[in-house]
Design a binder for this molecule. Structure first.
Ligand code: G1P
Length: 308
């Protein structure tokens, strides 16, 4: 494959983010029969809200949702609910609670993925809106919670690293050996010193490697900063693991032609694409919320039959 020259866009700021949200959410049926899985709440905010908050914290302005049938509730969530707001005002209720759902006019764009053909295909569906700018990707199933030390959320940490090294970045984390085959896995190169975040060169990428063949136990954890050239690669991409057009395969082709780094997120990640991860996230966040921590802790101990 011919080398893709590193374009001027390699250091442009990250202003756009793609959220692939067309998935059917079959793991959460029947809850997700009429409700998008991205609208399932962790306490009182839908999953998609956490990802959007993380994007905004990182300075991202334009949100591009790749949606499908039955996903309109996601767009409604970020619209103004005129009747609701009027009624709340009439009843002297505070509107601040709706603040995170407000989007600047023109900053929310949706494109449709008509047929579920894989993550790579979903991202490619956003090509006209992404244009020739580098862009972020958020998989909202992965809930990333930053530490309380000012280092910020996952994308903020990635954007800070990007501002120093440019090119392409993915977030990675270590998982036990037996879980590796469910994810995209990196072949790690040298550690990059002198950057705030823990940064590693990426020598190779493989999507859902069969057991015993993975190059490491460092998996891609649902956050990406990619150069727009990935769209050109996706254009000609054939189906990979699971018969789907895989983003990982397209990224693998860009290694060696553009800088490619992995950021190890300093924070916690909950895989809310499965039920146990979802329950864990709910409990962990509830135990940290000032307005409910004491009661939830007492309740958890009571349920476990432990003396408080
Ligand atoms: C996708 C990606 C995979 C990544 C994972 C993170 O897989 O293809 O590389 O590790 O998300 O959640 P999926 O979960 O869609 O099978």
């Amino acid at each position: 494959m011919p080398a893709i020259p590193l374009p001027m866009s390699a250091h442009k700021p990250i202003r756009k983010a793609v959220f692939p949200v067309a998935g059917l959410g079959t793991r959460f049926l029947p809850a997700t029969k009429a409700i998008p899985k991205e609208m399932l709440p962790i306490i009182d905010r839908p999953l998609i809200q956490y990802a959007v908050d993380e994007a905004r914290e990182a300075g991202i302005e334009q949100l591009i949702f790749v949606t499908g049938r039955g996903k309109t509730a996601i767009v409604e969530h970020f619209d103004m609910a005129f009747e609701l707001e009027t009624t709340m005002k009439d009843r002297a209720k505070k509107l601040e609670v709706l603040e995170p759902t407000r989007i600047q006019p023109g900053n929310l764009v949706t494109v449709r993925q008509q047929v579920p053909m894989g993550l790579g295909h979903a991202i490619w569906c956003a090509r006209a809106i992404v244009g020739d700018e580098p862009f972020a990707i958020f998989l909202p199933d992965e809930l990333m919670i930053g530490q309380n030390d000012g280092s910020g959320g996952c994308m903020k940490q990635m954007v800070e690293a990007y501002n120093q090294v440019g090119g392409n970045l993915i977030s990675v984390l270590e998982v036990p050996e037996e879980e590796v085959s469910s994810y995209g896995v990196i072949d790690p190169g040298a550690r990059v010193a002198g950057i705030g975040a823990a940064l590693t060169e990426v020598k190779g990428l493989v999507e859902k490697p069969p057991r015993g063949t993975a190059p490491s136990n460092l998996i891609i954890s649902g956050r990406y900063i990619l150069q727009p050239e990935v769209m050109r690669v996706l254009e000609g991409q054939s189906a990979g693991a699971g018969g789907e057009i895989q983003l990982t395969d397209a990224m693998a082709q860009m290694i060696g032609t553009q800088p490619f780094h992995a950021v190890t997120f300093a924070g916690r990640r909950f895989d809310c694409g499965n039920k146990i991860g979802f329950v864990e996230a709910t409990l962990a966040l509830a135990l940290e919320r000032e307005d409910m921590a004491d009661e939830v802790r007492a309740m958890a101990l009571r349920l476990l039959g432990v003396q408080g």
